[in-house]
Structures are given as structure tokens and as C-alpha cells.
Design a protein around this ligand. Structure first.
Ligand code: F0G
Length: 453
């Protein structure tokens, strides 16, 4: 990796008291007030930025790198390294060619919602099937640079899958803490296959994260949760790559699911930085959608004006976002206020319906990602989004991440007690067991044609 533009340095700054420091403790909390730290680039002052980071020059460097065979340039994260913290040596980069994810049009969902300019940025197309890889490549590389032997995370599944993969690629040992019985088999199996030491704890995600925080104070273990600000730096590239795909014309709205609230914070940070650096000329509104049963941020904004966290006892079948005590809530409140975005929650039935609608586009996603489409419908009803607005939904995880949810939905094993909803019913495609005869197949086709005419 040959630096083309001048490489900026970075430091840590507390998000609450503003205390700045050159290094951060194992828990990534401020030594003065205990709040979370973020990574800042002190060189991005008004005058320096004009000298070093001219927007047109950056855009052209990033475009040129698409033709390069160097591993750092093939990564959809490190390709944007001018906006990332700098490693001492490129040898430390652990990459699986993450990022480079597609931006899809959604013609059927456009018809359903009445929003013609509707797109999905599909982070489920990353190497381990979720957006976590974009942050993991950066944070795992810094763990390797700091010569840690062990990396660890608490997870609802995707972080653990991603961390296990990057640890394995980087020659690090991975420790995974997940809530027993509350993560999908698909995600758990990834962590096992990538060779992590995987512990299923008899608690929820919030309990796992609490224990991890204690562990890193006691043992030389590097934590790779999104409390780790290097993770968020890598996740910023989702927004940078998105703007590049839109030829640097920001959409009116970006809608993202909210769990521990690291991803929304990272996307918001990227948008604000790009705006300040002159890479985009206006800020899209960034909105966060949660499941009704795990709506801590919704309640925090509604009932406490965003000033103090209102935790909830989380329950939702969208297990990726089954989180009641989100660590990055303050960062998320900040980016929502800066971009003028909204925060809403959606029901389990709305999530299932939206997931099936995204599936019927031939794209698919995991349940947590589908809250974005369900949230868009709600924001349209409220008038916050107008039909003529351009909207990007961030799909965070691949459809293969939670096959149990998909099977239960299509087999009609979900919402059994609820009154039958015609819209939900029309989306179900249960598997059909037949005698092995041509007649049986032809009769099935006829029945199907009749049912939709
Ligand atoms: N979507 C998916 C598929 C996720 O896996 C997560 C979080 C989110 C959305 C929410 O993102 O936490 O940054 O607000 N999954 C974490 C995990 C918590 O452990 O895999 P967030």
C-alpha cells in the first residue's frame, strides 16, 4: 500500500467531556468521566483539510484504486484509508476483501411503498454475511498491531461470526460470548467453523457485554465490540462507498436498523465528516429503526429527550437487535440530531412482512435488516418521508443468517395466535410435499395460478 495522499494521524476524544488523548484503555472509556471515546483526526482543521484532503483529489484516488491488485486497494474499506486511522505498517492489515457491496434498486418495494427512488445498500454481501466485516478489518488489524494474542466480543451472532473469521485470518485467538439459545444456528456455526472459543452464556446480550467489559479490565484481551472505536471507523466506509455509488449525490434519507447503535453512529460520523470535508454538499437524514420489543433508543428520545438512556428488557425474533441497553446510545442521539433523522419502532408482524417483501425482490435479508423497510412505511405514514424523496435502506445481514425465521414464516408457524392477516398470508410460500408425479406438479401449478388471479 503506497500512500498517495498525505496520511493523517488520529487521537481519541471523549464523547461527553471532550477529553483528548493519544492512547485509549482496554475498555475504550474516558479516564476522566468514563464515557465512550471516539477517534478524531486533529489535522482536519479548516486550513489543513484544504491542503491535504481536497475532495476531488480524494474521489479520484479512490476511483483509481479500483484498478489496483494490491490487497488494501481490493478491500472496500482500506480503499478509503485517507478517512481511517493509519496503521504503522500495511503488513498488519487483515482483510477478506470486505466492503464492495452492491446498491440495489427495489422495484417491487418501490411499488408497495410508492417511493420510486428506493435503494438497498446490501451489507449482507460482505465475506461473513454482515456489515460487521467492514469494522472488523480495521479493529482486528489494530489488535494485531498492538500484538494482542486474544481478541473477544459479546454478540447477538454477527459480530462473533465476523470476529472469529478475522481472528483466524490474522493468526489471533478469538473468544466469543453469546446469549444461550438466543442467536441463530447459522451465526453460531460460523464462529465454530472459524475456530473461535465460543461460550454460550445463560444471560442475554447485555449480560454478555457487561461480563466482557469486566474481562478486558482483568485480562490482556482486546475487545472487538462496537465500543471499540476502530470498529466504527471501518463501518464509516459503508456511507463513503454508498456516496461514491451515487456519484456523490446524497439521497434524502438513509434508514438503518438500531441495536447496540454502533452502526448508526458510524454511518452518521461518516456523513458529518464527508460534509465537513466537502465530499458531499448536503447531509442526508439518517433514521434509526428498532423492533418494538427492543426500542431503548425510541424511548430514550421520546421519554427522556435523549438526555438519559431508558433501558428495556429486550424481546424480539429479530435476534440480531435483541438489545435493551445499547452501548452507543449517546453517539446515536448525536448523529440523529445532526442529520435531522427520525427514530421509530416496528412490530414483529411488520418485520416479518417486510422481510418477505425484500425476499420476493430476489435479494433477501435477515429479520433485523427488514426493520428498515417496515420503518420506511411508518415514516411515510407520518409524512416524515415524502414519496418523491430518495431513500436508501441499509440491509445489514444476509438472508442465510437466520433460516429458522424464514422457514417458520413461510410454513405459517409464526403469529399462529394472531388473526390471519391477508397481506402476510399472500407472501407465504410454504414448501409443498407431493407424490413424485407429473400430474401432481401440474395440478400444483394450476392451483397457484388460480390463487393469484
Ligand atoms: N443488523 C444486524 C444484522 C446486526 O447483526 C446488528 C447488530 C444490527 C443490525 C444492529 O447494529 O448494534 O450497530 O446498532 N449485531 C450485533 C452483533 C449486536 O453482536 O452481531 P448496531
Amino acid at each position: 500500500m503506497r500512500p498517495v495522499a498525505p496520511q493523517p494521524a488520529f487521537s481519541f476524544r471523549c464523547i461527553a467531556c471532550g477529553h483528548a488523548s493519544e492512547s485509549a484503555g482496554q475498555d475504550f472509556r474516558c479516564a476522566h468521566c468514563g464515557d465512550l471515546v471516539e477517534i478524531v483526526n486533529p489535522q482536519w482543521s479548516e486550513s489543513d483539510q484544504k491542503l491535504a484532503l481536497q475532495p476531488d483529489r480524494l474521489k479520484s484516488i479512490w476511483k483509481q484504486r479500483r484498478l489496483s491488485p494490491a490487497p488494501a486497494d481490493l478491500s472496500g474499506v482500506w480503499r478509503f484509508r485517507e478517512l481511517l486511522p493509519v496503521l504503522a505498517s500495511e503488513q498488519n492489515i487483515i482483510t477478506l476483501r470486505e466492503g464492495n457491496t452492491p446498491l440495489y434498486e427495489l422495484p417491487q418495494c418501490s411499488r408497495i411503498t410508492g417511493v420510486p427512488h428506493l435503494f438497498a445498500k446490501h451489507q449482507g454481501m460482505n465475506p461473513t454475511g454482515s456489515f460487521k466485516d467492514t469494522g472488523m478489518t480495521v479493529a482486528a488489524s489494530f489488535a494485531r498491531q498492538a500484538e494482542f494474542r486474544w481478541v473477544a466480543c459479546a454478540s447477538t451472532g454477527n459480530t462473533s461470526a465476523s470476529m472469529a473469521a478475522y481472528a483466524a485470518r490474522g493468526g489471533l485467538r478469538g473468544l466469543v460470548l453469546v446469549p444461550d439459545g438466543k442467536i441463530s444456528w447459522s451465526k453460531l456455526s460460523q464462529a465454530l467453523d472459524y475456530g473461535a472459543v465460543t461460550c454460550q452464556l445463560r444471560t442475554d446480550f447485555d449480560g454478555c457485554l457487561r461480563l466482557l467489559q469486566e474481562l478486558v479490565r482483568r485480562a490482556p484481551v482486546y475487545q472487538l465490540n462496537s465500543i471499540n472505536p476502530f470498529r466504527l471507523e471501518g463501518q464509516k466506509t459503508l456511507a463513503i462507498e454508498l456516496m461514491e455509488q451515487l456519484d456523490w449525490q446524497p439521497p434524502d434519507h438513509i434508514i438503518v436498523p438500531g441495536g447496540n447503535l454502533g452502526n448508526s453512529s458510524a454511518i452518521g460520523k461518516a456523513l458529518i465528516e464527508m460534509y465537513k470535508l466537502g465530499l458531499i454538499s448536503r447531509l442526508p437524514k439518517l433514521s434509526v429503526i428498532q423492533a418494538e420489543g427492543a426500542n431503548a433508543l425510541v424511548r430514550t428520545l421520546r421519554e427522556a429527550g435523549g438526555r438519559q438512556l431508558i433501558s428495556v428488557r429486550a424481546e424480539t425474533r429479530a435476534t440480531a437487535i435483541r438489545i435493551g441497553n445499547p452501548a452507543s446510545w449517546k453517539k446515536a442521539v448525536h448523529v440523529l440530531a445532526e442529520t435531522g433523522g427520525a427514530c421509530e419502532d416496528v412490530s414483529e408482524a411488520e418485520i416479518a412482512q417486510a422481510k418477505a417483501e425484500i425476499g420476493a425482490e430476489g435479494i433477501g435479508c435477515e429479520p433485523a435488516s427488514a426493520v428498515t423497510l417496515a420503518g420506511l412505511k411508518k415514516l411515510l405514514r407520518q409524512g416524515f418521508v415524502q414519496p418523491q424523496d430518495s431513500v436508501v435502506l441499509v440491509l445489514t445481514g444476509n438472508v442465510l443468517k437466520d433460516p429458522d425465521f424464514t422457514m417458520d414464516f413461510h410454513r405459517g408457524e409464526m403469529f399462529r395466535e394472531a388473526p390471519t392477516d391477508a397481506q402476510l398470508e399472500s407472501l407465504r410460500r410454504p414448501p409443498i410435499v407431493l407424490d413424485a408425479s407429473l400430474d401432481a406438479i401440474l395440478r400444483t401449478l394450476e392451483r397457484f395460478e388460480k390463487s393469484i388471479s
